[in-house]
Design a protein around this ligand. Structure first.
Ligand code: FA5
Length: 341
């Protein structure tokens, strides 16, 4: 190697090392730079020293002299950086007082409803239910007809649903679309595309023109569960709901589930599901055995398979868990409220 090349390499090594040591902001960065330049085996100085052997013999004294100078310089840069970091001086040369109170960082977190949904998915996942999604804008077949809710049924009243008005009034009238009013729509979508057995949950937003009060909101979330297989009974429904509630609220306190007779067009028999945890019954949602008409509508044979379905209000569960007394607080986005969860 020519002397000029050797010296040029040494100069750029010196510049590079000085820049790295000056820029080191903490002990880890400094150590990394030390190993890179002063490391005994593979450090850049060591590499350069090996190059010394390849310089023509006549140039060796000059090359060696410069090598020693650069080595001293790099070592000094390292020691300087070390002294700066231990004395608490930043790379900009500004000293700081480690005893001053720090600035607390505000760390964001998930909305309480998102937390509830994640935890529900996790629990139902352990019970063997797969989470599926469905569209929030639905047609009347999935929201009503396939769920055994005929045209004359009061649940289809425009005043009880958010129908979507479109540009093309004639086409709209022929096949109106609406914001889904329940997650039971997903049951239909899954059964239409999957042969039995099915074991799914679906969690998502639903919309109803309900006046907002302490327990109602025009947009809320439901968790829908559906299990269809041979020989499924109401006892399976109750066991799954009890296990779910016990895992969600449980701990050492036993959770009780109560069924009250009810009516839903898509289940027979139908029940309202109440839960008791730490005293006091709370209504959670509806459930029942999937009506044979629904099974037929999606091409299943009700003589072969039976199933249960349930739909619970996610906000109600979240409110009960945290002792929230007004559902509106969940959606007011007041950070002072939300940061408690
Ligand atoms: C249903 O929506 C049925 N789809 C449930 C079902 C599924 C029955 C499968 C059978 C088989 P319901 O309209 O009762 O049922 O609503 C279920 C739950 O949603 C209620 O118990 C309540 O917890 C919650 N809910 C209803 N309306 C609101 C609202 N406006 N705001 C907040 N939560 C609500």
């Amino acid at each position: 190697m020519a002397l000029a090349d050797f010296l040029a390499n040494l100069d750029s090594l010196a510049d590079e090392a000085q820049a790295r040591f000056t820029a080191a902001v903490d002990a880890a960065a400094l150590e990394e730079a030390r190993v890179a330049f002063l490391g005994a085996k593979a450090g850049k100085l060591r590499q350069s020293q090996k190059g010394l052997g390849k310089v023509p013999p006549a140039d060796k004294p000059a090359a060696g002299k410069r090598f020693n100078e650069v080595k001293t310089l790099v070592e000094a840069a390292f020691e300087g950086a070390q002294a700066r970091l231990t004395s608490g001086e930043t790379s900009s040369g500004e000293a700081f007082d480690v005893t001053l109170p720090g600035k607390a960082r505000r760390i964001g977190h998930l909305h309480p409803i998102t937390q509830t949904i994640r935890s529900m998915k996790e629990i139902m996942g352990r019970l063997g239910f797969t989470a599926v999604e469905g569209p929030e804008i639905e047609d009347e077949w999935h929201n009503f007809e396939a769920l055994n809710i005929p045209l004359v049924h009061p649940a289809r009243d425009p005043l009880d649903n958010f129908y979507l008005g479109g540009e093309n009034a004639a086409a709209e009238a022929a096949s109106p679309l609406l914001l889904r009013s329940q997650t039971s729509t997903v049951q239909i979508r899954v059964m239409e595309s999957t042969p039995p057995p099915v074991r799914i949950i679906s969690l998502g937003r639903v919309y109803r023109p309900d006046t907002a009060d302490a327990t109602h909101y025009p947009m809320f979330h439901q968790i829908e569960g559906l299990l269809v297989d041979r020989g499924v009974t109401m006892a399976d429904l109750k066991s799954v709901l009890r296990l779910f509630c016990q895992s969600y609220f449980g701990g050492d306190n036993e959770v009780h589930i109560r069924f009250r007779p009810s009516f839903f067009p898509f289940t027979e028999p139908s029940v309202e599901v109440d839960m008791n945890w730490q005293g006091g019954w709370m209504e959670m949602g509806g459930a029942g055995m999937v009506d044979p008409n629904v099974l037929r509508a999606v091409g299943y044979d009700p003589e072969e398979v039976t199933g249960f379905a349930f739909g619970l209000g996610v906000e109600r569960v979240c409110m009960r868990q945290h002792g929230i007394t007004d559902i509106r607080a969940i959606y007011q986005n007041d950070v002072r409220f939300l940061e408690q969860f």
